[in-house]
Every structure is written in structure tokens, then in C-alpha cells.
Design a protein around this ligand. Structure first.
Ligand code: ZN
Length: 202
């Protein structure tokens, strides 16, 4: 039985559902919040709600944006012949931080994983095919993690997207084995992009 009043217990339980927040941190944050200035807590709650209501997915690339199409899709100075395919919207931030990539992006929204019930049709692959038909794309750079699902998804994409005049490459060089982009530092990502290799269908 918990010695804490019920409202603190349920706040702790809600906070513990957030990514990266374990039960102990959740309890610490809850205890902080119930003792903080009421106005400060209200501000935090409003910031959370406000962000949730104002952020949407870009209708073209699938990134998180306030206005769709997003700033990257709308930026005519970016190289529209290059599309970098990533798993999650936050991966765009990682690649943007590395600072050298000047092409466009496409967020898949996951990786193919039969074990977790993620099939190709659950991902934004159809949207990507549509873009290949309407945008002047000459190279698709697959920047998925180096784990089993990342490998499987990359090979599936290379097969499905194959068409005349389109190069399909994959980054990988130097990326930590079995992990996603979020674990790579900027220099590593930069080199991985630089050292991307063309995928061939055999
Ligand atoms: Zn976009």
C-alpha cells in the first residue's frame, strides 16, 4: 500500500507512461508538481496541450510541423532530387543537426516487423511511391537503423521502389550495429550519409 495520497499516485502512474521516465523519476516529478506554484503547473499543462493541438504531420513527408506542407518540403533551395527515408519524424532532426544533407525527407512511420504486426501497408510506402511519380527524385537514400527490422525494411524498399532512372542507396557505414539513428552522433551520421552505398536487387 502506498503512503501517498491517491491524486499523487495517479499522477505518478500517468507520468511513468512517458518515454524515458521510470517509476522513481515519475514520483519525483509528481511530488515536485503538487508542491509547485499553481500558475507554474498550469503553464506546463497549457504548454503540453497547446503543443499537442498545434503540431501535425506534414502531408508530404510525414514530419512533425505546425503548418503542412512543412518548411523543408516547401524550401525550394533544397535538392528535390534526393529523398532520405527515415523511420521516425525525430530522425529528421538528427540528420539536420549533422548539417550537410540538403535534400528532402520521407518518414516511414515505423519498420516492417511481422513479430509486432507491422506490415508494409502500415507504413507510408504508398505515399513515397506517389512522390516518386510527381517529384524529380533521382536518388532515395534509406536511413533506417541497422537492426534486423531496419535491414528487412531496407531490402523490401529497394525491391519495391526499383524503377528506371532511380538510384536507391543505404547509409550504414559507421552506424552503431543494431541501433537507430538517435544513437549516432552528428559526425557519424554525416559520414554514414557521405558513405552511403547503392543497393542492388539480386
Ligand atoms: Zn514535409
Amino acid at each position: 500500500m502506498s503512503a501517498l495520497p491517491e491524486p499523487i499516485v495517479s499522477l505518478t502512474a500517468a507520468l511513468a507512461k512517458l518515454p524515458g521516465v521510470g517509476p522513481r523519476s515519475a514520483e519525483r516529478i509528481a511530488l515536485h508538481l503538487v508542491q509547485a506554484e499553481s500558475a507554474q503547473v498550469r503553464q506546463l499543462a497549457e504548454a503540453m496541450l497547446g503543443a499537442r493541438e498545434r503540431i501535425r504531420f506534414c502531408e508530404i513527408c510525414g514530419s512533425l510541423t505546425e503548418k503542412s506542407p512543412c518548411a523543408i518540403c516547401e524550401d525550394s533551395r533544397r535538392d528535390a532530387s534526393l529523398v532520405c527515408v527515415v523511420e521516425k519524424a525525430v530522425d529528421i532532426l538528427s540528420i539536420e543537426k549533422s548539417g550537410t544533407y540538403r535534400g528532402k525527407f520521407h518518414v516511414l512511420g515505423g519498420k516492417i516487423s511481422p513479430l509486432e504486426g507491422v506490415e508494409p501497408e502500415d507504413l507510408r510506402i504508398g505515399e513515397l511511391e506517389k512522390r516518386l511519380g510527381t517529384e524529380p527524385v533521382r536518388e532515395v537514400i534509406i536511413a533506417l537503423g541497422t537492426d534486423v527490422e531496419g535491414d528487412a525494411t531496407s531490402h523490401y524498399l529497394a525491391k519495391r521502389l526499383a524503377r528506371a532512372g532511380l538510384k536507391i542507396s543505404r547509409i550504414g557505414f559507421g552506424l552503431p550495429a543494431g541501433s537507430g539513428l538517435e544513437f549516432a552522433d552528428e559526425l557519424t551520421l554525416d559520414r554514414a550519409l557521405e558513405g552511403r552505398r547503392e543497393m542492388t536487387n539480386s
